[in-house]
Design a protein around this ligand. Structure first.
Ligand SMILES: Nc1ncnc2c1ncn2[C@@H]1O[C@H](COP(=O)(O)OP(=O)(O)OP(=O)(O)O)[C@@H](O)[C@H]1O
Length: 722
């Protein structure tokens, strides 16, 4: 069912950053499409509804200081016509192309290599959900339409295979090439000035290991995985080797910082930047015949698993925050995948979600718990890692379970009450006090009088969560995405950027790094199309929070002839089901019915039948009358809280220049100086120190990154208690 819904993906998504596919690949799907279209003289497709903040982001054009420039690389293709795995199979059969039905992909012989080069290896992978393909032999990738085009060309011209080099004739733009070259030289500079840990004197190496709490990781393991030390900042460097030549494509720098005697904070930075860092760390060490793998959320965990068990292990590039589908072909060879994502509820939830993408039947999960810490801690504590992996539980659900099977889940919830309560807001402590946190799989209904500030408030509430790594998708049916992004960016910067245009790029660069996506719908939309798009986004970006602003605009007026309440009830039911089935929080903004001007809103004021408040886990009301003494002030009332029943109300202070409702921030934001280009190691030290600082947050949760950001401040940090 889940996959069936996913298969209906649509074109209507937009991202603030460029979610590029595997960076090492020589061809972009766009590039490939251009070529194939040219080959078979097909007119170009209609423009996709996908742009990045860099395109939407020229919010202050009126000043005349900037000119709009389309960034071709920022577009990401989504299937114009949703495809199903049945469609793909039928097409392949019609072309007499043999295929293997894999876990997440269909495997076919590559059309980019000659048969003498091993065509029976079935090395071309087609994602069953999106149709996106990857040839692992040549690293050619593209959309399902691209592949069909290629096959048509081959058939028409009677060719046995297509040369990938033909496709190379359409290079990236000069700007893209320069950007890539810059990143690569930065990677090479860091890599070449790093030293293998094994080259350090024993006492120094031991000191570093103590700093990172990896004293049990042997030199041999560090050497095997190519882990180095970047001396100036004492950062561990994890390499990303890839491409046909297995050359260095990127690095992840991890530095340790002692905040007090009890805790160590690890700061991470990647080059290329976070959003295009697609390293499955450990992949080069996996043998072609290996059929089992342990998937972890951190490079150090992979080192621990490999050393302690001898099993192949790979680490996800962005930890528990997402499993990008572009990595799925690389995991197809494994008959058994053990997901050991960490030691908390978030990692447990992530492992359940990822196992759906990987195919439930081959996945087993290590449940976090007292005796199941994360692998690196397990190794440090002398636990038997092989045993823990052996005891992992199958991911596939049984339809009927007994309490015996549930008791561990229940126990987990009892001992981790804080984590079970969800992600805490950093700007809204009062929301934490009442709701306890933001949880997956819930439905929040939010209402407030017309023009009272619903969009503005919920924008900040969602931004707060997004800055903490909650992957967010906006469905803004009333105001356009540029206006919405402008509101969010202002809230992010906490200041009027119109008056500080020189800071625009700084804040936009940081904002781009957030896991934030927008649906490009505007005005009335069919609920099925909206749900299909949401499913598609969940598959591609592991979305945790969807905001629908607002239900009335999405429904439009056309339903006036039918029972409007019944239609609304149906839609609310569909969102409820989506939230539960996709483990995704849905926030639904619904206008209230017309109330007397001097009356406060209540749960019963929500437009429509009682269905909305019945289905909702949380009901939030933006009050602007009576309850607050000062005119113009608002308060936020929670009238339903299914999690623990606490309800309440608290005042909101609106700041017109920053468009924020959260408490004003003390002190002025200052821009950090960007270190000059490094000439020698001393300067290099400054640079990487700055990068390390980039991922830290100050007490106000304001990211202090330099303009050349390399990491997502929200998701890049972790704190470990000794
Ligand atoms: N507390 C507030 N005090 C004064 N102005 C506010 C407040 N909150 C928001 N605004 C401003 O009011 C305007 C409308 O805000 P917003 O669009 O968020 O309201 P809304 O409730 O979502 O509107 P609608 O009912 O049309 O969907 C915006 O210009 C916003 O900056």
């Amino acid at each position: 069912m889940w996959r069936f819904l996913l298969l209906k993906g649509t074109t209507s998504l937009l991202k603030v950053v460029d979610p590029k596919f595997l960076h090492q690949r020589p061809f972009s799907s766009l590039c490939l499409r251009l070529v194939t279209q040219r080959l078979i003289y097909k007119p170009p497709e209609a423009p996709q509804h996908v742009i990045s903040l860099r395109c939407t982001g020229y919010l202050f054009l009126e000043s005349g200081t900037r000119s709009y420039k389309k960034d071709a690389k920022s577009t990401v293709d989504f299937p114009v016509n949703p495809i199903t795995v049945t469609d793909i199979k039928q097409y392949l059969r019609s072309k007499d192309i043999p295929f293997h039905d894999g876990y997440s992909c269909l495997h076919i012989p590559s059309i980019f290599i000659s048969s003498s080069a091993g065509k029976d290896s079935f090395s071309l992978f087609i994602d069953k959900t999106t149709g996106q393909f990857l040839c692992k032999d040549t690293l050619v990738e593209g959309t399902w339409e691209d592949l069909q085009d290629c096959l048509e060309v081959m058939q028409k011209e009677g060719q046995e295979f297509l040369s990938p080099h033909v496709l190379l004739g359409y290079p990236e733009s000069v700007e893209e090439q320069e950007e890539r070259a810059r990143e690569l030289s930065e990677v090479q500079r860091i890599w070449s000035s790093s030293v293998p840990l094994t080259d350090l004197p024993e006492d120094k190496a031991q000191l570093i290991k103590t700093m990172f709490q990896i004293t049990k990781i042997s030199n041999a393991t560090l050497k095997k995985f190519g882990v180095r030390l970047f001396k100036p900042t004492k950062s561990l460097v994890f390499p990303w080797f890839s491409g046909l030549d297995s050359s260095i494509k990127g690095v992840k720098l991890v530095s340790a910082q002692s905040t007090d005697s009890e805790t160590v904070t690890y700061n991470e930075a990647t080059v290329p930047k976070w959003s295009s860092y697609y390293n499955l760390f450990g992949l080069p060490l996996v043998g072609r015949m290996d059929s089992e793998v342990v998937l972890t959320a951190h490079e150090l965990d992979t080192l621990a698993v490999s050393q302690a068990t001898g099993l192949p292990s790979v680490a996800l590039p962005r930890g528990v925050s997402c499993l990008p589908p572009v990595l799925l072909p690389y995991l197809e060879q494994f008959k058994r995948v053990t997901l050991w994502m960490g030691d908390n509820i978030r990692s447990w939830e992530a492992s359940k979600i990822f196992s759906r993408k990987l195919g439930l039947r081959r996945c087993s999960l290590v449940r976090p718990g007292e005796y199941h810490p994360c692998p690196r801690d397990g190794l440090a504590q002398g636990r038997n890692l092989s045993r823990i992996i052996k005891d992992s539980i199958p991911a596939a659900h049984k339809s009927i379970v007994s309490f015996k099977q549930l008791r561990e889940d229940v126990y987990g919830e009892l001992v981790n009450t804080e984590q079970v309560a969800g992600v805490k807001w950093s700007r809204f402590p009062e929301l934490n006090r009442i709701l306890k946190g933001h949880r997956k799989g819930e439905l929040t209904v939010f209402t407030g009088a017309t023009g009272s500030g619903k969009t503005t408030f919920i924008s900040e509430v969602a931004l707060d969560l997004c800055m903490q790594g909650v992957n967010t998708l906006w469905g803004s049916f009333e105001i356009n995405n540029v206006r919405l992004a402008k509101i969010m960016l202002t809230q992010f910067a906490m200041q009027r950027l119109e008056e500080n245009l020189e800071q625009y790029d700084y804040w936009a660069d940081n904002f781009e790094e957030l896991p934030l996506y927008f649906m490009t719908f505007h005005g009335q939309q069919n609920i099925k199309t909206v749900l299909d798009t949401m499913q598609h986004a969940v598959y591609l970006y592991d979305i945790n929070h969807v905001i629908i602003d607002n239900l009335q605009f999405m429904m439009g007026q056309e339903n006036l002839s039918v029972d409007k309440f019944a239609v609304q009830d149906h839609i609310i039911g569909a969102f409820r089901k989506f939230a539960t089935n996709s483990s995704c929080h849905v926030t639904l903004i619904i206008h209230p019915r017309k109330e007397e001007d001097d009356r406060e809103l209540q749960t019963a004021s929500i437009f429509g039948s009682a269905k909305a408040s019945q289905e909702a886990d949380n009901v939030l009301i933006l009050q602007e009358k009576k309850l607050v003494t000062c005119p113009g002030r608002r308060s936020l009332q929670v009238t339903k809280n299914r999690f623990d029943g606490d309800v309440g109300i608290f005042p909101l202070d609106f700041n017109k220049s920053s468009l924020t409702f959260s408490a004003p921030v003390k002190g002025k934001h200052k821009l950090k100086k960007v270190p000059v280009k490094p000439e020698n190691e001393e300067v290099e030290e400054n640079k990487v120190t700055a990068k390390k600082d980039e991922v830290k947050k100050d007490k106000t949760n304001k990211p202090t990154k330099t303009p050349r950001s390399v990491n997502n401040p929200a998701t890049g940090n972790e704190t470990i208690t000794k």
